[in-house]
Design a protein around this ligand. Structure first.
Ligand SMILES: [Ca+2]
Length: 499
C-alpha cells in the first residue's frame, strides 16, 4: 500500500480524536471502531474512500487556491498603489497574472460577503445578508460541493463565519474534506486562540492556554496551507484560505492590531497600531510567498490557479485609521460603506501558461461570479439557480473592459439597511430604504463626490426599478430604516466591530 495513503489515512482518522482528549497514546484502531456509532463509521469509510480515490485520479484538472484576506483595502497592496506597506510576493502574483481594478466583494462586511463567495448569489438573494448568527442551509450549494463532483480534495482554513457547530452550515457539511479555523466570526478576532476547530471538533492549542500568547494563529493556517499542498501533490485540490489578517482584534480596542513582530517597520515613526497593521499585511504577503515556493517545489505552480482577493474594504478598528496608508486607495469609503472603498477590492488571478501575465483589467465582476468561474476551471458548471456567471473566458483571454453583468447589486443591514447598484459607469447608493438614491458616474467621478441624480432622471428611474427587482424579500433581513439612537429594540445590529 502507498505510504502516503497510510499517512493521510492515519492523520484523517486520529487527528480529531486525539485533539480533544489530548491523550499521549493514540487509541488502538479496533478500539476506535468498537466505540463508533454507525453514522461515524459510515463517515469514516467515506473519508477513507475519498482519500483512496485521490490516488487513482488523473491530474488533468487544475488545483485552485482561493485566498481571501480579511478587511484588506483596495489600496493596501503595492500592486494597487500602496507606497509604504511592502507586498512583494502578492505584487509578483499580479505581474505573473491578471490584476483587476473593478472587482467587487459580495458585501461590505464579512459574513454576507463570504456567503456570496461560497454560493454564487448576491446579497439580494443570499440567506445571509448581514453579520450575526446566520448559517448556510442544507439547500445552499457551495463551490466546494460543486468541486466534489469533480473529485477535488477540498480544504478550508481561517475564518468561516457561515455556520456554527450544530448547524448545517459548517465547512465539513458544505463540501470541505479538511477544515481548520474559526467558525464564529467573533472567535476569529483572537490571534492567540486557545482552541480552533479541526474538522468537527475543538482542537486545543496548548501554547495559548491560560492566557499564554505563543502561537500566532496565522502561522498555523499558513503551515496548514503548505502541508495540504504537500499531501495533495498527486491529485486535484481546492484550497480556500480565509486568512484573518489584517482584521483587528476588535475587543482589544486601541491595541487590537496584534502581530508577533512589527518588523520590518519597527523603526518607522508611525503610530504603533499602524506599524502593526503594515506588519500584518507584510506577513500575509510572506505566507503567500511560502505557499508559492511550495507549489514550485512540488512542480504544481503551472497547474494551480491562484486567486487573491479580500472580503471587504479596510476597517477603522483596533486603533488604526484607514486614511493613514490610504487603504481605500483613491476610493471613497471603508468597511460598512457601500461606496466603492467598502466593496471594491483587489483581485488577482495567476494561472501560469493559461492566463496572460502582467495584465491590468478594468473588466467588472464580483464575488458571486467566482463559484461558476471556479467550477468551469474544474471542468464543470453550476446547475443550481445562482446570480453569478463564469468569467473564465474573459480571464484566459485577458479581456480588459466590459462587465459580467448589466448590473450589480448589494445590500447591507446594520442599524438599518443600505443598498447599492452598479450599472455600467453608473453607481447608485441608497443610505436608507426611504431616502432618494445618490447617483455617481464612476468614469467621470471615481471618488463618488458629485451626486448627479437630478440631472439623470432616466438612469434614476431604471436603477430605482433595479433596486426593487434585484432582491427577494427576506424575513430575517428585511429592508429597515435606521434605528434611532438609544432605541432598546435593536435587531439586525451586531455590536460595532463584530466581523
Ligand atoms: Ca472582513
Amino acid at each position: 500500500m502507498h505510504f502516503g495513503f497510510l499517512l493521510i489515512a492515519f492523520v484523517a482518522l486520529f487527528s480529531g480524536l486525539s485533539a480533544k482528549a489530548a491523550t499521549p497514546i493514540l487509541p488502538d484502531k479496533k478500539e476506535v471502531e468498537a466505540r463508533e456509532t454507525p453514522a461515524e463509521a459510515a463517515a469514516r469509510d467515506a473519508r477513507i474512500a475519498a482519500i483512496r480515490a485521490r490516488f487513482n485520479r488523473p491530474t488533468d484538472r487544475p488545483n485552485v487556491i482561493l485566498i481571501v484576506a480579511d478587511d484588506l483595502g483596495y489600496g493596501d497592496l503595492g500592486c494597487y498603489g500602496q507606497q509604504k506597506i511592502k507586498t512583494p510576493n502578492i505584487d509578483r502574483l499580479a505581474s505573473e497574472g491578471i490584476r483587476y481594478t473593478s472587482f467587487y466583494a459580495g458585501c461590505t462586511v464579512g459574513a454576507p460577503s463570504r456567503a456570496s463567495l461560497m454560493t454564487g448569489l448576491h446579497t439580494g438573494h443570499t440567506g445571509i445578508r448581514g453579520n450575526g448568527n446566520g448559517f448556510l442551509g442544507t439547500n445552499d450549494l457551495t463551490v466546494a460541493q460543486v468541486l466534489k463532483t469533480r473529485g477535488y480534495a477540498n480544504m478550508a482554513a481561517g475564518k468561516w463565519g457561515l455556520g456554527l457547530m450544530g448547524t448545517p452550515g459548517i465547512p465539513t457539511l458544505k463540501g470541505f474534506d479538511e477544515w481548520i479555523g474559526f467558525l464564529d466570526q467573533v472567535h476569529a478576532h483572537n490571534y492567540y486562540p486557545d482552541y480552533v476547530y479541526r474538522n468537527d471538533q475543538e482542537m486545543p492549542i496548548p501554547d495559548n492556554q491560560n492566557g499564554r500568547e505563543r502561537l500566532y494563529i496565522q502561522d498555523y493556517f499558513s503551515k496548514a496551507s503548505t502541508n495540504f499542498v504537500r499531501l495533495n501533490e498527486k491529485h486535484p485540490f481546492f484550497m480556500y484560505l480565509a486568512f484573518t489578517i489584517p482584521h483587528a482584534n476588535s475587543e482589544k480596542k486601541t491595541t487590537g492590531m496584534q502581530v508577533p513582530s512589527d518588523e520590518p517597520y519597527s523603526a518607522e515613526k508611525w503610530p504603533q497600531q499602524e506599524k502593526n497593521k503594515a506588519a500584518m499585511i507584510t506577513l500575509l504577503d510572506h505566507d503567500i510567498g511560502l505557499l508559492m515556493d511550495t507549489l514550485k517545489q512540488y512542480k504544481l505552480d503551472i497547474n494551480t490557479v491562484v486567486i487573491f482577493t479580500s472580503d471587504n474594504g479596510p476597517h477603522k478598528e483596533g486603533g488604526v485609521n484607514p486614511a493613514f496608508f490610504k487603504s481605500s486607495g483613491e476610493l471613497r469609503g471603508i468597511k460598512r460603506d457601500l461606496y466603492e472603498g467598502g466593496i471594491r477590492v483587489p483581485m488577482i488571478v495567476r494561472w501560469k501558461d493559461h492566463v496572460p501575465a502582467g495584465i491590468t483589467s478594468d473588466f467588472v465582476w464580483a464575488f458571486w461570479d467566482l463559484m461558476p468561474t471556479i467550477a468551469e476551471m474544474a471542468g464543470t458548471n453550476v446547475t443550481a439557480k445562482i446570480d453569478g456567471v463564469s468569467v473564465l473566458s474573459s480571464i484566459t483571454s485577458g479581456v480588459k473592459a466590459g462587465a459580467s453583468h448589466d448590473s450589480f447589486y448589494w445590500e447591507f443591514h446594520e442599524g438599518g439597511s443600505k443598498q447599492a447598484i452598479r450599472m455600467g459607469e453608473w453607481k447608485a447608493v441608497k443610505l436608507t430604504p426611504s431616502t432618494a438614491m445618490e447617483l455617481y458616474n464612476l468614469q467621470l467621478d471615481p471618488r463618488e463626490e458629485k451626486n448627479v441624480a437630478s440631472a439623470n432622471p432616466e438612469v434614476v428611474a431604471k436603477i430605482e426599478n433595479l433596486f426593487k427587482t434585484s432582491r427577494t424579500e427576506s424575513t430575517e433581513w428585511p429592508l429597515k430604516e435606521p434605528v434611532p439612537k438609544g432605541s432598546p429594540n435593536v435587531s439586525n445590529t451586531p455590536k460595532p466591530g463584530v466581523q
